[in-house]
Ligand binder design. Structure first.
Ligand code: DAO
Ligand code: DAO
Length: 205
């Protein structure tokens, strides 16, 4: 459809289409537990992909599988994250006391664990190349919009409130970021399930 989709817990709304070509596939919430004591809602997110790219890269192999078969195919999930498909994860900050320091450390934990998982090494240099984009003067107050945009050729662009702050070419980094949202152990299971279903329906069009 073309109506915006609201992430229910935060009330954050996501446009059905981003730019001219990215289609919304699923929305979810990134939480974080602090000292095991309480869970805070950090940001709401929406996962977008270019539908033509999805068809171009995945139709041949998966075009005649049912949504159920796709959902249960590990290959499909990996191919979705590894193909050169343009995808964007849009984050809207919900937590009102985010500091650059806490973003850096959360990032090192979440993305760092994926870099390790996919490459077998800690990739300190790659991790730092990304976090060095986070200048101390940036602020991410509640309502801020961050876009993590994977562009052709595995270039990851980071955009804050519409302004590009950096871009890094790395297939491993792109894979690791997507894994947070639509991989094996995603931040929000329902978002991942919706993405799988919506990709399946794109492939059946
Ligand atoms: O105040 O200690 C605290 C809790 C902060 C939690 C921060 C989680 C940051 C998650 C990454 C946000 C990326 C935009
Ligand atoms: O939620 O753990 C996570 C990972 C979030 C990755 C996004 C970080 C991008 C934030 C840019 C902030 C620049 C000040």
């Amino acid at each position: 459809g073309s109506a915006p989709v609201v992430e229910p817990k935060s009330g954050v709304s996501f446009p059905a289409v981003l730019g001219s070509s990215l289609t919304l596939l699923g929305v979810g919430l990134r939480k974080k537990s602090i000292l095991g004591l309480k869970n805070i809602d950090v940001y709401a997110f929406g996962v977008y992909a270019n539908g033509d790219d999805v068809k171009k890269f995945l139709s041949e192999k998966y075009g005649n599988l049912s949504a159920f078969e796709l959902k249960n195919s590990k290959d499909f999930n990996n191919d979705l994250m590894e193909a050169d498909i343009s995808m964007t994860v849009r984050l809207q900050i919900v937590y009102s006391k985010l500091s650059i320091k806490s973003i850096r450390s959360a990032y090192e934990e979440s993305v760092g664990s994926r870099l390790q998982k996919f490459s077998g090494s800690d990739n300190k240099e790659l991790l730092q190349r990304f976090t060095s984009q986070f200048k101390d003067e940036y602020k991410l107050p509640r309502g801020s919009l961050v876009e993590l945009s994977k562009e052709p050729g595995y270039v990851l662009k980071t955009i804050i409130d519409g302004k590009e702050i950096g871009s890094i070419e790395s297939k491993l980094l792109c894979r690791s970021i997507l894994d947070l949202y639509i991989g094996e152990d995603p931040f929000d299971r329902r978002a991942k399930d919706d993405v799988d279903l919506n990709v399946a329906s794109l492939l059946q069009q």
